[in-house]
Write a new protein. Structure first.
Length: 385
């Protein structure tokens, strides 16, 4: 700092020193007032270039951790939907098991077993419905579509590679659980085209699927929906079972007694040459509970299905537990990352207020001293009196 010389009045060195001090105080005071106004220690890169770089990285990571925590919440909701579907399927499987255990007793007759079979068929249909309707954003969760080769990937971390996968390799439809019954199973459609079909003649139509003994419904139609009179024979092609009328909207129950189950359908008023016959056979009874022995065999399948469902629920539960632990860890990491960001980027309001008060007082004293420095050269006038 330059030393002032009172006897040289052409330059007011003392005044310039006071002015420089006042400017410096005003600059510092403005910085602290801005920090008090914004609550931030770094308001521009010049305030702390290195701190700004570090703080920006901390801020990005903290925000990423926050999004990851939200993603975990969404993932747990998705898994809750899957678990809810499996839980209901498990409940239905237990009901089926109870009914099958009932049918395994010789105390029941054919009518009682038929009633149990009808209920089992209905419950199996509901299992398939639940499996198809347990979805998330149009993706089926428990139908075998989400496998280890095509898993759902949840972003559960702040970085690109921090993902958690979910998959269930098992489908939970009745057929995939291997508890489907013969009931409701449609045989392969038998499609026939023959130039020998002539209106007014009788044509034999054979369904070559080997069918188990039981009651079936047969439907025979042409591609234009024509109704035909049909005679259904047993596998020997000679014994007449019943006279039926079959069309696109109706079917007639027939009884298959043999074990090979080949059926011959004789049609009167056969279709025109080259026309296609579509034949569908559906079993209308659950043969798995047709006897006590069959019911006991079927009971083993139901137990295996319940074990499969239970394993899937266990997998989901384990993943939910894992996600909960990860969520807690990310919450702690996010809090600490924000604390580090806060210490670098945000102002200590108490310290800033203390500095601002100090600089405000210095501003007043510097202004006063500048005023005194401006009038000090007047003392030289006394030499001319």
């Amino acid at each position: 700092m330059a030393q002032s010389d009172l006897t040289r009045i052409a330059s007011n060195i003392a005044g310039l020193n006071a002015l420089n001090a006042l400017k410096d105080i005003n600059t510092k005071l403005a910085v602290h007032q801005l920090r008090l106004s914004t609550g931030k220690r770094i308001n521009e890169a010049a305030d702390d270039p290195a701190g700004l770089t570090i703080g920006t990285k901390f801020n990005a990571r903290a925000r990423g951790l926050g999004v990851a925590i939200d993603n975990i919440g969404d993932a747990k909701n998705l898994l809750a939907v899957a678990e809810g579907g499996l839980s209901k399927i498990n409940d239905i499987a237990l009901i089926i098991r109870d009914k099958v255990a009932q049918a395994a007793s010789d105390a029941l007759g054919a009518d009682e077993r038929a009633a149990i079979g009808a209920q089992i068929n209905s419950l199996l249909s509901e299992i398939d419905t639940i499996t198809d309707q347990t979805t998330w954003n149009k993706r089926k969760l428990i139908a075998g579509e989400i496998t280890d080769s095509n898993p759902l990937k949840f972003q559960t971390g702040a970085e690109a590679g921090e993902v958690t996968e979910f998959y269930l390799n098992s489908s939970h439809k009745a057929s995939d659980l291997k508890i489907n019954t013969t009931a409701g199973l449609i045989s392969d459609d038998a499609n026939f085209t023959s130039a020998s079909f002539t209106p007014g003649t009788t044509t034999d139509l054979k369904i070559t699927d080997v069918l188990a003994p039981g009651k079936y419904i047969i439907s025979v139609t042409t591609n234009d929906g024509t109704t035909f009179q049909a005679k259904v024979y047993e596998s020997d092609g000679v014994t007449l079972v019943s006279d039926v009328t079959a069309n696109a909207t109706s079917g007639t129950s027939i009884e298959i007694q043999g074990t090979d189950g080949k059926i011959t359908v004789t049609l009167a008023n056969a279709p025109a040459a080259g026309e296609t016959l579509n034949t569908t056979v559906v079993m209308s009874e659950c043969s798995e509970v047709g006897s006590a022995d069959k019911a006991r065999d079927y009971l083993k399948k139901v137990d295996n299905a319940i074990a499969t469902i239970s394993n899937s629920m266990t997998s989901i539960g384990a993943l939910v537990s894992r996600l909960t632990s990860k969520e807690e860890a990310l919450t702690i990491a996010k809090t600490n990352t924000e604390a580090a960001y806060n210490r670098i980027m945000n102002a200590d309001m108490a310290a800033e207020q203390l500095e601002a008060m100090k600089l405000s007082i210095l501003q007043q004293t510097a202004t006063a001293m500048l005023a005194q420095a401006n009038v000090a050269p007047q003392a030289v006038l006394s030499l001319f009196r």
